[in-house]
Design a protein around this ligand. Structure first.
Ligand code: LLP
Length: 431
């Protein structure tokens, strides 16, 4: 479900014509829908509402502060993996008491920042990390609330680059080492390991891997309690998939019912970290056709967005639906074309050849399902500045991140003395 739909032959974001936003901000740009974000958050929160649950939006999926603030107003917490993300969540109004700090490579500086901010809990992924955290917490005289992220060795049946719960992945404490890790935590000063965390991957389209992993966690909680550990909370991660095309992911309701049946009796507070499910279909990338080039075997629709703006098709062979902003006639011609960006790599494509209504230069196209892992994964390759992000709310829209300019980028670079010949001064003087 989303609020990017045709009305009278034109695509709208909620009540705003996409064409109007394009005229105001130029292309390419990301566009997010408040109503869609809110809907997805509410559906998920309701689906797990039978538990003592907190939904912590995985900020890595979309870290624009306006997006985070939209969700924070509904009561969402945040799952963050860097002090940068933590700052965003705090600036956006998420109370520290609803922030979970995850990540396999937290630095001591990040641990200190998280502890000083007073985050809810820190997910620890190894014994050395636990030892370091204890040291940092002791030096600050702060008690750290900790969940140990365990690796349940479960295949999430998703793309190999986004599977995280197999024993060969870098994430979490190996299953066999889990009891010793809690035992060590119990000896260390300033850490309270009262939680168990697990996250097995992303874009998961089947409930079974979740059921397996959560079942293992439930068994573990019993074993840890039998050993005298006080376990009061679970962090069950994110990962529930969304439809990009014709996928049929489990519904949040089915997921919630499964979680209830597997861990509902443990008497734990339960945290969830969904990212894609909430923001994925709440965002689109709007791009303009530069020209159409006839190749030997197909024609290329060359657009002004590229792999630097949305890397998912290039990196994961991910499918994103592409639609024209002006609705094509139902019986119109649909030539098979490849939509590509201007970057000097063959991988700079928005998908394998596919049928698309006839397009001409200046036409606007929409790349759907780009609200998660879109803008956040953008780069400036080929000196292509980061594109703006726009948030729509009913009939209003607002630029929530400005377009970066090439001058902004160059202002952060300088020649060393031995190359400068006064160049920097000239540039500063605007010449
Ligand atoms: N929690 C943890 C510890 C995670 O590592 C992740 C995602 C999430 C929560 C959120 O997962 P979600 O609900 O969004 O599936 N860039 C890739 C996805 C990488 C996901 C990494 N971890 C993509 O574009 O498909």
């Amino acid at each position: 479900m989303d609020h990017f739909q045709y009305k009278n032959g034109e695509m709208y974001a909620e009540a705003v014509p996409i064409r109007e936003i394009a005229a105001a901000v130029g292309t390419p740009f990301y566009c997010y829908s408040t109503a869609t974000l809110e809907h997805h958050y509410r559906v998920f929160a309701d689906a797990v509402g039978g538990l003592d649950a907190t939904v912590c939006f995985a900020v890595k999926a979309n870290s624009n502060i306006a997006v985070i603030a939209t969700l924070a107003r509904l009561g969402a917490g945040a799952d963050v993996v860097s002090s940068g993300e933590m700052k965003r969540a705090l600036v956006a109004g998420v109370p520290a008491s609803k922030i979970v700090f995850s990540g396999v490579g937290k630095t001591s500086g990040e641990m200190a920042a998280a502890l000083k901010a007073g985050v809810l809990h820190i997910n620890v992924e190894s014994l050395p990390e636990l030892e370091t955290l204890s040291g940092v917490a002791a030096s600050l005289n702060i008690e750290a609330n900790v969940a140990i992220r365990v690796n349940p060795d479960v295949d999430a049946l998703t793309h190999e680059k986004i599977a995280t719960g197999k024993s060969e992945n870098k994430f979490g404490v190996d299953w066999a080492d889990v009891p010793a890790t809690y035992a060590r935590a119990a000896q260390l000063p300033n850490v309270h390991a009262t939680g168990v965390a697990v996250h097995i991957g992303s874009q998961i389209l089947d409930l079974e891997p979740f059921r397996k992993a959560y079942g293992r966690v439930a068994g573990l909680v019993g074993a840890l309690r039998a050993q005298g550990h006080i376990i009061g909370h679970l962090d069950l991660g994110g990962g529930l998939g969304i439809p990009y095309g014709d996928e049929h992911p489990p519904t949040p309701e089915a997921y919630g019912a499964m979680v209830q049946s597997v861990v509902g009796d443990l008497g734990c507070q339960v945290y969830f970290e969904p990212g894609r499910l909430i923001s994925g279909n709440a965002g689109i990338l709007v791009t303009r056709v530069i020209r159409v080039k006839q190749g030997v075997s197909r024609s290329f629709v060359i657009v002004d967005a590229a792999m630097n703006d949305l890397i998912r098709p290039t990196l994961y062979d991910a499918y994103h639906a592409i639609e024209p902003v002006t609705e094509a006639p139902a019986d119109g011609e649909q030539p098979v074309v490849e939509v590509v960006g201007p970057i000097c790599e063959t991988g700079d494509t928005f998908g394998a050849p596919r049928a698309l209504p006839v397009t001409a230069p200046e036409d606007l196209l929409v790349v759907r399902s780009a609200g998660a892992y879109g803008a956040v994964m953008a780069s400036t390759y080929n000196t292509r500045p980061l594109v703006p992000e726009v948030l729509v709310n009913a009939e209003a829209f607002s630029v929530v991140r400005d377009r970066v300019t090439v001058d902004d980028m160059l202002a952060r670079e300088q020649l060393p003395d031995w190359l400068s010949n006064g160049d920097r001064l000239r540039r500063k003087a605007g010449s």
